[in-house]
Every structure is written in C-alpha cells, then in structure tokens.
Design a protein around this ligand. Sequence first.
Ligand code: FES
Ligand code: FES
Length: 152
Amino acid sequence: MVSLKVNGTTHTVDADDDTPLLWAIRDNLGLTGTKFGCGVAQCGACTVFIDGQPLRACVTPVSAVGTGEITTIEGLAGKEADAVQAAWIARDVPQCGYCQSGQVMSAIALLKENRKPTDRDIDLAMNGNICRCATYVRIRAAIHDAARALEI
Ligand code: FES
Ligand code: FES
C-alpha cells in the first residue's frame, strides 16, 4: 500500500513500491487524462506535476513520490492553467489529442517560470513533448497567446 496525494486528496493505493506512478494514477485512481506513450521518458504524454514541477510519471516509481503533491491534468487550477487552456481552445490546438495533456502540463510549467517566452524558449521547453500529429506550430502560437493573456 502506498499513500499518494493527488489533486488535493490523499489516497491509499494498492500498489508495489516500484509501480510507475502513471499506472497508479490511471489504473488505481481512474484519472485517465494522463497518457501512456513510450514508457521510457521520451514522449511527455505522462507529464504530471509533483510539488509544481513537471515530471514523467511513466518512469517515476510511486515510492519516489513520498509526501509530494501530485497534480494531474484533471486537477489543474490557477491563472497559468486558465490561460493555457483558453489559448488551447481558441487555437484549436489538438488534432487526435493523445499528447495534449502532456503538452498542456509542460506549457503551464514553462509559463510559471518564464512569463514572456521566445520561440526558442518554447521550443526548448516543449522539446520533450512529442506530437505525432505535428501540432507544434499551434502549440507555440497558443503559448504566446497565453503569455499575452497573463500580462493583462
Ligand atoms: S509515456 Fe512517459 S514520457 Fe512517454
Ligand atoms: S495531437 Fe495527436 S499526437 Fe499530438
């Protein structure tokens, strides 16, 4: 048994210590917005926040989380999250949508650190999030839109 605090609620999860956090989130807690893509920290589909920092849940054993507060796509809140989600909708960013929760998590993490990212900043920050549908141009535009919205 492992105790995990996810989106503000503490859960006792029936999982071995080496179970990837992604499985605990999806299979034990039913939070399926976080996706499995590669399983080896290469695609970004499984990105969640632990204590506000983005992390790949597919390669993070539940035992490594400790008392860290996990936030998944379902638990997003705050001005950066609102700005990114509004920009994503306005730009109609997703195509198939599979990678998009990871993209949104990484975009929010970027804007928390850098309120005025350049194209290069965006490309560097989003580099680990793969999109098979190649929505990169819309992702970049939406991040600029969200950054502008956060200035107001
Ligand atoms: S599923 Fe975790 S990075 Fe691809
Ligand atoms: S929208 Fe299809 S993989 Fe990114």
